[in-house]
Design a protein around this ligand. Structure first.
Ligand code: PMP
Length: 358
């Protein structure tokens, strides 16, 4: 099975760029086209393959336990259900996912449909509490025979999956897609913007970009208000611990795989739920992109960064390429209040009523 989506969006986010007066190219890296619907398929496959190679997974016996906001779980449930490594004839690993309550019903339903067990944990428990999604996963591992946590927060195959796949795909696309060939283009990724949960995406893609493509690429990390991942630390103080609705980004601890500092991440931007959901609406209505909440965080963070001194220079320079990573799709969130509120706030509802005569 191939979990690798093959394309960056051919057309840039032109309508949004025009609305914000950007002269640079604004490009989206769409990850909802992945098999499991998110950027996390890649790490699930990489972690399962590595564990198999190291002899840590026993077909028919191993129980893969993972604390996740859901998307890594979906990737793992898929990878464990099928033959990722074709030389291994019968996989049959069981999957148990621990997931905070705030994560969407759609993710839980998909996990259950894939055969995984799902245990919900209270949102408010700190990461090191025995009742958090991490604490419960550790307890299960101690108690379940052949239980194993592949551990996306510490597993080097998480950032490596992005260094080896997501990053090179972005580079190849920026060098060769029609949207960057038919308009002024530096033919480089000049700025990369991504939200951080485990931080695997931003860290791994940054390493690919800076090591192999453009050492001067500016990498902007996005962290929701309420989380503590941003640097400098004073960015986090105001909202620390405040609950937020966006799923998949931000934590109350620093995952080992996240490299928060230069050279991996150059700048951090804090984002609000409100701006994120407005940005999702813009991506849907102006660009026709069915993206999830954290995609809105990434776009709204990019737009906020364009207001900084360095960002203004980039925004005003024709041909510079700014790539925003859009991690999953709206179909993960269609029962969420924020989505339904957006969906039913249509400007044309009155017109539709008059036309149909109802
Ligand atoms: N957005 C969504 C919807 C996610 O599920 C995740 C993964 N938790 C991220 C963003 C952040 O990805 P990463 O863990 O690589 O930082």
């Amino acid at each position: 099975m191939d979990f690798t989506p093959r394309r960056i969006l051919d057309n840039a986010l032109d309508a949004i760029a025009a609305e914000h007066g950007l002269k640079c190219n604004l490009l989206g890296k769409l990850e909802f086209v992945s098999a499991g619907g998110s950027v996390k398929d890649r790490i699930a496959k990489a972690m399962v393959l590595a564990a198999e190679k190291e002899g840590k997974l026993i077909p028919g016996k191993s129980v893969v336990i993972e604390p996740t906001s859901g998307n890594t779980g979906i990737g793992l449930a898929m990878a464990c259900a099928i033959k990722v490594n074709t030389s291994c004839s019968d996989k049959g690993y069981s999957v148990v996912i621990t997931m905070p309550k705030k994560m969407s019903l759609e993710k839980e339903a998909l996990l259950r449909a894939l055969g995984a067990q799902v245990i919900r944990t209270p949102d408010e428990e700190p990461w090191d509490s025995p009742r958090s999604h991490i604490g419960v996963a550790c307890k299960l591992q101690r108690e379940i025979e052949h239980g194993i946590i592949l551990d996306q927060y510490r597993n080097i195959n998480n950032p490596l999956a992005h260094e080896y796949t997501t990053g090179p795909e972005i580079i190849a696309s920026v060098v060769s897609t029609p949207s960057t060939r038919t308009r002024p283009s530096s033919m480089k990724v000049d700025v990369f913007v991504a939200g951080a949960g485990t931080g695997g995406t931003v860290t791994g893609v940054s390493r690919a970009l800076k090591k192999t493509h453009n050492a001067d690429c500016i990498v902007v990390g996005i962290d929701p208000i309420g989380s503590i991942l941003a640097l400098p630390n004073n960015l986090n103080i105001d909202g620390e611990g405040k609950p937020y609705v966006v799923e998949g980004i931000g934590y109350d601890f620093i995952p080992d795989v996240l490299s928060r500092d230069v050279p991996d991440v150059n700048h951090w931007v804090k984002t609000s739920d409100e701006d994120a959901f407005k940005a999702v609406q813009a991506l849907m209505r102006k660009e026709g992109l069915l993206v999830g909440g954290s995609s809105g965080s990434a776009l709204s963070g990019a737009l906020a960064w364009f207001e900084t001194e360095q960002g203004r220079k980039v925004a005003g320079t024709e041909g510079l390429n700014v790539v925003v990573l859009l991690p999953d799709g709206i179909r993960n969130y269609m029962s969420k209040e924020w989505f339904l509120k957006n969906a039913f706030q249509t400007e044309h509802s009155d017109l539709a009523t008059r036309i149909s005569g109802i």
